[in-house]
Design a protein around this ligand. Structure first.
Ligand code: CO8
Length: 258
């Protein structure tokens, strides 16, 4: 395993993971996805981390799954090896939030990986797309499912069937990204957003993430019930007392994440 395929560091309570195959525009191969999974799980276990930023290079968040690695594969290989399922979805198991900080290309599996994060902050040079149709396949890591939920069926069909790219402005208008920042400020802005989140009570943050994600998996009534029960449960935390007491005492809360 080449550990430097993903660079990991911390700033305060923020964990930062950088995809690191710049010469291949961070094309996502098996070794990189294994390394990413290991790094994500290490940050999930680290009690001093409250939020994670996942980023790439200035030119590419990730230009997709590694086409050179996929080109010789056949049906029986991909089924036997559980290609994609084996190591692509670790990120979805995290309870801490993950922010995708996207500069340059987020194509194919790169766009899908960004959409598996909790929200996307885009540099003004970001380009998103699902160009798999141009190489004789279709998205395979959730693109046909997450893109329509993020940007509507019509726009997702347009992207998936033509393989065209969408720039940062179009992605923001469509609701794929939460904000656009100047490319040279991307990392700083993403870390600032993550720092704000990491300063909140971690049990509340994890509960909020879980509740918002329920919106995609349940009926409205069931989702609201889940939210209500989770809201009630948070009255069992020390941080609920601290947060509300601090408000009444007109001071900043000092959350202990318990
Ligand atoms: N896979 C492998 N290598 C890549 C990839 C890729 N996806 N993207 C770029 N590279 C390599 C190039 O081959 C090139 O290598 P070399 O210098 O050795 O020739 C290097 O990165 C630089 O790329 P370019 O010279 O092409 O750079 P340009 O600036 O001219 O173009 C583009 C940039 C437009 C991003 C272009 O590289 C491109 O079109 N890349 C492919 C984009 C694509 O089709 N992505 C989808 C891949 S399929 C996919 O993601 C399926 C997902 C399924 C789920 C995941 C399962 C694992």
């Amino acid at each position: 395993m080449q550990e430097d395929l993903v660079l990991a560091r911390k700033e305060g309570r923020v964990g930062i993971l950088q995809l690191n195959r710049p010469a291949q525009l961070n094309a996502l191969n098996d070794a990189l996805m294994d390394a990413l999974g290991i790094a994500l799980l290490a940050m999930e276990q680290d009690n001093d981390i409250g939020c994670i930023v996942l980023t790439g290079s200035a030119k590419a968040f990730a230009a997709g799954a590694d086409i050179a690695a996929m080109q010789p594969m056949n049906y029986i290989n991909v089924v036997r090896n559980n290609f994609i399922g084996r190591n692509w979805e670790t990120i979805l198991t995290l309870r801490k939030p993950v922010i995708a900080a996207v500069a340059g290309y987020a194509l194919g599996g790169g766009c899908e990986l960004a959409m598996m994060c909790d929200f996307i902050i885009a540099a003004d040079n970001a380009k998103f797309g699902q160009p798999e149709i141009k190489i004789g396949v279709i998205p395979g890591a959730g693109g046909t499912q997450r893109l329509p939920r993020a940007i509507s069926k019509s726009k997702a069909m347009d992207m998936v069937l033509t393989g065209r790219m969408m720039d940062a402005q179009e992605a923001e208008r469509a609701g794929l990204v939460s904000r656009i920042v100047p490319a040279d400020k991307l990392e700083q802005e993403a870390i600032e957003a993550a720092t704000i989140i990491a300063a909140m009570s971690l049990p509340s943050v994890m509960a909020a993430k879980e509740a918002v994600n329920r919106a995609y998996e349940s009926t409205l009534n069931e989702g609201v019930l889940f939210e209500r029960r989770t809201f009630h449960a948070l009255f069992g935390t020390l941080d609920q007392k601290e947060g509300m007491t601090a408000f009444l005492e007109k001071r900043k809360p000092d959350f202990k994440h318990e």
